[in-house]
Design a protein around this ligand. Structure first.
Ligand SMILES: [Zn+2]
Length: 161
């Protein structure tokens, strides 16, 4: 089994697993190798130096929750990390969610109260997250308080307390 570092013409890097280099070549020629991000079939094979790191970005799997917690003040720019190898849309979504989690305070079921207090200037503006019932969310929106539903991937939920 060969693991190849591949890249499409849009610069999306990803890994492909093939029985051999020949298998890759023939699948590529048949248009069977496509970018998991954009579906591009114009794929190039990158130099297969062991784990060649083409950007400064770390692979998503190396980015633990710990990193986000340790450096919440460093504004990450996900868009510059898109070309990191083995970056999937899912991985990018996870990273975006992690970023939100790192920058917001968990107020749990006090969310609706806290959002309202901030809106009316009773507490300082800050990023918060928490749980609100559909009724609470609707009431907040009715009052002109912007709230956003953020589905948290199950894999991340497990790492939260
Ligand atoms: Zn692509």
């Amino acid at each position: 089994m060969k693991v190849l570092d591949l890249r499409c013409t849009h610069g999306h890097g990803f890994e492909g697993w093939f029985a051999s280099n020949e298998a890759f070549d023939s699948q590529l020629a048949s248009g069977l190798v496509e970018c998991p991000v954009c579906g591009d079939t114009a794929i190039v094979k990158l130099l297969s130096a062991p784990r060649l790191n083409l950007s400064n970005a770390k692979a998503p799997k190396e980015e633990g929750r710990g990193d986000a917690a340790r450096a919440p003040a460093a504004p990450a720019t996900p868009s510059t990390q898109v070309s990191a190898s083995s970056t999937s849309p899912e991985a990018r979504w996870m990273r975006a969610v992690r970023e939100v989690l790192a920058k917001t305070e968990d107020v749990g079921d006090r969310f609706a109260d806290e959002a309202r207090k901030m809106h009316y200037g009773e507490t300082a503006e800050r990023g918060i997250r928490g749980q609100a019932t559909p009724e609470q969310t609707e009431a907040l929106l009715d009052e002109g308080i912007p709230v956003m539903a953020l589905p948290i991937p199950a894999a991340l939920k497990e790492t939260l307390q």
